[in-house]
Each structure stands twice: as structure tokens, then as C-alpha cells.
Design a protein around this ligand. Structure first.
Ligand SMILES: Nc1ncnc2c1ncn2[C@@H]1O[C@H](COP(=O)(O)OP(=O)(O)OP(=O)(O)O)[C@@H](O)[C@H]1O
Length: 276
């Protein structure tokens, strides 16, 4: 689906992403690591928002027949080109139009990703199709009842759901979910976790998430970044036990230390919503 080879990003003397070889298959992979580890920079490189200093990024679409063995070099692709090639990021606040309705936001995203984007405005049938598609996506993310609400009036949780809906409307192969629980109220966390698991059924998902209980619950695989470099990559339980990961990030974390809402667990210390 997506792979990087020697991917590196330097900001002056600081190496934010350091020689990362990574491949994402048809799976839910979480990317974790301490503050400043390079997770956001890595996402920015994958979406074309930042240009790498060195290394390559390649994509392979389902059934696609690109160059060589189907992999296509997208290292220099712009964010729009990367999106058109099937990589979408959920936390794209600029992709949500605050004064438009929830339905309009998703309809526009579906239209932008549609085959007849250029001519759609002349085509009433196409418009109806996109509205229909948008309603199906809203149903999937749990926002069917909020279709006519104005986007800027949504709660944090519903906003995260809308961001995922907008990403889904572009018909992505790969979804990059950037802290989809950030700012979400405790009542909505279960909905977001269910949504992450649902979209992972038919998309490759790369998730940045600070709450380790959620990471351990939903991930097929966990990759740990520290100071820009991958220090562990494997199944959640194995990564959790890895001494280097414990040292760099988890600091003695055991499942249940934090409940998924970041509240005090039965026998633990008060949680912070995750591990920073
Ligand atoms: N535009 C920039 N210019 C200079 N340094 C930057 C820039 N963006 C990020 N950095 C630095 O790169 C390093 C990696 O930052 P990044 O935001 O990718 O980490 P992160 O793992 O996403 O952290 P967090 O969990 O806090 O979001 C940090 O030291 C950060 O200060």
C-alpha cells in the first residue's frame, strides 16, 4: 500500500525523521512515541505537506499497475496529488468548511474525489449521487442524525467523526488518523474507537494515538519512533514488552494503567489521557 525507504527530514541541525524504512499493508498500524519523536513530521511527509530531506515514499493502489512492481514513487507529490493517489489524513481541519452543513462538507469531498468532478455542476444526477454517497458515509461514521447541522457547531467528538467522513469521501486506500481522540469527551471515546476499528475493516490505517490502552486494543501492529528513528516494530504485546520501548516511552506501562478515557483506573494513578 505505502512504503518509505530511508525517509529523513531535517530541520536545520535537528533530524525529526531519521532514515525510516516503513511499509504499511492492509492493517491497522499505530505509530507511537514520546513528544517530539517525529510522528507528525512523518505524517506530513506521507501526505506531501513536507518535502523529505532524503529518502523515498512509494504507493501501490489496489490492483494498480504503476511502475515496476506496481509501486509508484510519490516522494515529490503535492498534498493534492497524494490525496488523489489514495492517501488521506483525517485531521485536516482545513478540509472542513465550518459554515457549511455536515452533509455539504462530505458531499463536496465526495464530489472532489469523483470521476466527473469538473463537470458535476451541470449534472443533476451526479449531484444526487454524491448526496446519496455522503449520506451513506455519514451513516457509517455515526453522524446520520447531524447531516443538516452546521459543521462549526459540532462537539469535538462529532468534529472528529466529520473529519473521518471527509477523508472517507475521497475514497482512500490509506487513512492516516492523527490523534482522532484529541479533545473528545469521555462519552464519545467509545464511538471514536469503534469508528477506527470500522474503517480499518476496508482501509489500511496508520494511527497516531497517545492513549496506550486504545493502541493496544485496536492495533494489528505498533511502530515506535524515538528521536525520529524506529526503535520497535511488531505486534502490540511484543512491542509493549520491549525494554527499549519501556525505557524510551512507556515507562512501566501495564494494560489498564489508564482506562481509555484517561481517568483513574481501579488501582492506578490518575491518568492523563495518554502517555506523553
Ligand atoms: N517546522 C519545524 N521546524 C523546526 N523544527 C520542527 C518543525 N516541525 C517539527 N519540528 C521538530 O521536529 C521534532 C519532531 O516533531 P513532531 O511534531 O514531528 O513530533 P511528534 O512525535 O509529532 O510530537 P507530539 O507527540 O508532541 O505531537 C521536534 O523536535 C520538533 O520540535
Amino acid at each position: 500500500m505505502l512504503r518509505t525507504n530511508g525517509l529523513t527530514k531535517e530541520f536545520g541541525g535537528l533530524t525529526a525523521v531519521d532514515d525510516v524504512d516503513f511499509e504499511l499493508g492492509d492493517e491497522l498500524c499505530s505509530l507511537i512515541g514520546p513528544n517530539g519523536a517525529g510522528k507528525t513530521t512523518f505524517f506530513d511527509l506521507l501526505t506531501g505537506a513536507l518535502e523529505p530531506t532524503r529518502g523515498t515514499i512509494e504507493l501501490r493502489r489496489d490492483g494498480g499497475a504503476g511502475e515496476s512492481d506496481g509501486w509508484r514513487d510519490v516522494t515529490d507529490a503535492s498534498p493534492d496529488e497524494t490525496a488523489a493517489l489514495g492517501v488521506h489524513r483525517s485531521y485536516q481541519i482545513t478540509n472542513v468548511f465550518p459554515t457549511l452543513s455536515v452533509l455539504e462538507n462530505v458531499r463536496i469531498a465526495a464530489q472532489a474525489g469523483g470521476d466527473d468532478a469538473a463537470t458535476f455542476w451541470r449534472n443533476v444526477d451526479a449531484y444526487d449521487e454524491y448526496v446519496e454517497e455522503a449520506r451513506e458515509i455519514l451513516d457509517r461514521v455515526g453522524l446520520a442524525g447531524r447531516a443538516e447541522d452546521v459543521a462549526e457547531n459540532l462537539s469535538h467528538g462529532a468534529s472528529r467523526q466529520l473529519e473521518v467522513a471527509v477523508a472517507l469521501a475521497g475514497d482512500p486506500d490509506v487513512l492516516l488518523l492523527d490523534e482522532p481522540n484529541a479533545g473528545v469527551s469521555s462519552e464519545s471515546v467509545d464511538d471514536i474507537v469503534a469508528l477506527i476499528e470500522d474503517v480499518a475493516e476496508d482501509h489500511a490505517v496508520l494511527l497516531v494515538e497517545h492513549n496506550m490502552d486504545i493502541v493496544m486494543e485496536v492495533s494489528d501492529r505498533v511502530v515506535v519512533l524515538n528521536q525520529g528513528a524506529v526503535i520497535a516494530d511488531g505486534e502490540p504485546a511484543a512491542v509493549r514488552e520491549d525494554p527499549a520501548v519501556q525505557e524510551a516511552y512507556l515507562g512501566g506501562y501495564e494494560p489498564g494503567d489508564l482506562d481509555r478515557r484517561g481517568e483513574e483506573s481501579a488501582d492506578g494513578e490518575p491518568g492523563s489521557g495518554g502517555i506523553a
